[in-house]
Unconditional design. Sequence first.
Length: 206
Amino acid sequence: MYIQYQLPYAYEALEPHIDALTMETHYAKHHAAYTKNLNDAAAKAGVSGKEIAELLGSLADITDSGLRQTIRNNGGGFYNHNLYFATISPQGGGMPDGALAQAMEQEFGSFEAFKEKFSAQALGQFGSGWAWLSADASGKLLLSASPNQDNPLMEGHGFVPILGIDVWEHAYYLKYKNLRADYVKAFYNVIDWKAVAANYDCVKNG
Ligand code: MN3
């Protein structure tokens, strides 16, 4: 049984950067539906016992192509939104410190350079999808983007997402309409860098 992340803040807590109706629709409708559909499909495929990251890293083992695609879409949706909602916070914003900040400086040159490149990934993803900051066990960082509900776990190169920005229109359209760039800019005000750093430490230390 895959359990939807429980929000530790109210739907309106991220105003004005992310509006309450978007948060409620996103969490209680979209994310809830991905979670239910994943549980239904995983039960049919007999893979419910797999930890979600392991499941997304071994989709090729699912022989039924219809179930494989359903689990790719909804398992990705489940995992991606668990990460998304857990790495934004009303106390967000600012910048990371510690090991993550050092790794960013090493990989991107500076936090400002990271922001520029991460934003470019988010704006460059054509149509629905995600932009990612990922890490591997050596502590190396990687920026990438994925279509649909795909994520780096499905690519099998050892990188695990530690921060993701949802650029599906359902994540921003009610407030920002077609202006994805404004949403991406606002997103930096809600990133919970303590949570991202905890994800980084977890990936790095296995
Ligand atoms: Mn979404």
